[in-house]
Design a protein around this ligand. Structure first.
Ligand SMILES: *Cc1c(COP(=O)(O)O)cnc(C)c1O
Length: 404
C-alpha cells in the first residue's frame, strides 16, 4: 500500500538499501584494515570475497598507477590490447573460447542469460527460454539476475515476474530431471553458493548435471563470481568435479581485487548467437580495468597462491573444528569449500558479526543464519591463527550474553 507519511530523509543522503555497520576505514594493507583513528581490524570479509589478493596489493597498485598515466578509456569500438591479453589468459586456463568484459558480476550474469537464450533462438528454437536456477542462489541485482536466483525477498514489489525463470531446490537432482525439458534454455548454478551460506554443490552431482544438460541440449552456466579464481583451492570450483565444465561462466569480484571488473566466458558454440549489435558496454573491459585484471589474474594463477589457499584452508578447518567442539551452543555446523567458509550458528548471525567486530575481526553474513569467512587468498598462517583466536573470543562473548 502506498504510504502517505512524509518520507524519511536519510541524514547521510544514502539510499537506505544497506544495513551498514557504524564503521569506516581509511586504508588497507593485505588482510588488515585501518580506521582514520588507526585502529586495526583483521579483514576476513575482503569486500565480500573481492580483495582476494589483499588490500593495496603493491603489484596491482604499481600497475594501476602506470596505466592511469597512460590511458583510461577509449570505447569498445576500438581494439583494446589488454582485453585480448586477459581473454587469452582466461581461455587458456579454462574451457572457454571467448570472453565479454563487464564492470560487475551482475553484468556478467546478464550477458550469460542473454547469450543462452540467443543461442537457442539462433538455432531455430526461439521458445527455449526457460532458465532453471536453485534456491539460496545469488546472481546479482539486475532484473534478470534476481529472477534467475528467485529469492522471494529480492523480487517482491518489483512488478510481475519475468517470464522464463524457475527455481528448484539446491542439489535436488530428481526435481531437476523432472523440470528440464525442451523449453529449458539453461541451468544456472554457483558450484559453491556464497550468499546462500557457503553451500557446496556435491562434486558428483556437478558431473551428473553436465550430463543431464547435454542430454537435453541445455546450456550450463556457472556463476563463479564468488567461488572462482582460486578461492576453493582450485582456479575454478567446478574443477573439483570431473567432466563438469560449463558452456558459459561468470567471474568478477577477485578478478580486479576491488577494481570493478567482471567477465562472461563462453565456448564458441554457446557464444555463437551473440553477433554484432546484440550486446555491449561503455566501460566494460576498458584499459584501466584490463591492466588491473591482467596483473590480478597473473597473481591469482601463481602456484604459490593456490598453495597458500590450501594451507590456510587446512589451518582454518582445524581451528574451526576445535571451536565447534568447544562451543556447540554457538556453532552448529561448519561448511563451504576452501576459503569460502560458512559457520552456521545457533544464535543470530548479525549479533555474532557485531560481536566479532568488537574483537576487531570482520566477517560476512550469509543465508541460513550463517556467517562467512572470505579472507584474502594470501592470508598468512599467523593471521589465520589470529582469526581463530578472535572467533574464540567472539564465541565466549556470545555464550556470556546468552546466559546473562
Ligand atoms: C557478488 C555476486 C554477484 C553479483 O556481482 P556484483 O559485482 O555485485 O554485480 C553474482 N553472483 C555471485 C555468486 C556473487 O557472489
Amino acid at each position: 500500500m502506498a504510504s502517505t507519511a512524509t518520507p524519511h530523509v536519510p541524514e547521510d543522503h544514502i539510499l537506505g538499501v544497506y544495513n551498514r555497520a557504524p564503521l569506516a576505514f581509511e586504508r588497507g594493507e593485505g588482510a588488515r584494515l585501518y580506521t582514520a583513528e588507526g585502529e586495526a581490524y583483521l579483514d576476513c570479509l575482503a569486500g565480500i570475497a573481492t580483495t582476494g589478493l589483499g588490500h593495496a596489493n603493491p603489484k596491482l597498485v604499481a600497475v594501476l598507477k602506470a596505466q592511469a598515466e597512460k590511458l583510461w578509456h577509449v570505447s569498445n569500438i576500438f581494439r583494446i590490447p589488454g582485453q585480448e591479453k586477459l581473454a587469452a589468459a582466461l581461455c587458456e586456463a579454462t574451457f572457454a573460447d571467448e570472453v565479454f568484459f563487464t564492470n560487475s558480476g551482475t553484468e556478467a550474469i546478464e550477458c550469460a542469460l542473454k547469450m543462452a537464450r540467443r543461442y537457442h533462438w539462433a538455432n531455430g528454437e526461439p521458445d527455449r527460454i526457460e532458465v532453471i536456477g536453485f534456491d539460496g542462489a545469488f546472481h546479482g541485482r539486475s532484473y534478470a539476475a534476481v529472477f534467475a536466483a528467485g529469492n522471494p525477498s529480492y523480487v517482491e514489489g518489483f512488478g510481475p515476474p519475468l517470464p522464463g525463470f524457475r527455481t528448484l531446490p539446491f542439489g535436488d537432482h530428481e526435481a531437476l530431471k523432472a523440470a528440464i525439458g525442451p523449453e529449458t534454455a539453461a541451468v544456472i548454478l554457483e558450484p559453491v553458493q556464497g550468499e546462500g551460506g557457503a553451500r557446496a554443490f556435491p562434486e558428483a552431482r556437478l558431473t551428473e548435471l553436465r550430463k543431464l544438460c547435454d542430454e537435453h541440449g541445455v546450456l550450463l552456466i556457472y556463476d563463479e563470481i564468488q567461488c572462482g579464481l582460486g578461492r576453493t583451492g582450485k582456479l575454478f570450483a567446478y574443477e573439483w568435479a570431473s567432466d563438469a565444465a560449463p558452456d558459459i561462466m561468470c567471474v568478477a569480484k577477485a578478478l580486479g581485487d576491488g577494481f570493478p571488473v567482471g567477465a562472461c566466458l563462453a565456448t564458441a558454440r554457446a557464444g555463437s548467437g551473440m553477433v554484432v549489435g546484440t550486446h555491449g558496454s561503455t566501460y566494460g573491459g576498458n584499459p584501466l580495468a584490463m591492466a588491473v585484471g591482467l596483473a590480478a589474474f597473473e597473481e591469482l594463477t601463481r602456484p604459490e597462491t593456490v598453495e597458500n589457499v590450501r594451507r590456510a584452508t587446512g589451518r582454518f578447518a582445524q581451528g574451526l573444528a576445535g571451536l565447534k567442539d568447544r562451543y556447540p551452543d554457538v556453532i552448529e555446523e561448519i561448511r563451504g569449500k576452501g576459503l569460502l567458509i560458512g559457520l552456521k550458528l545457533v544464535s543470530n548471525n548479525r549479533a555474532f558479526m557485531a560481536a566479532a567486530r568488537e574483537r576487531r575481526l570482520l566477517i560476512a553474513g550469509g543465508g541460513d543464519n550463517c556467517v562467512r569467512l572470505l579472507p584474502s587468498l594470501l592470508i598468512t598462517e599467523a593471521e589465520v591463527q589470529e582469526a581463530i583466536e578472535k572467533l574464540e573470543r567472539t564465541c565466549e562473548d556470545i555464550r556470556a550474553s546468552a546466559s546473562s
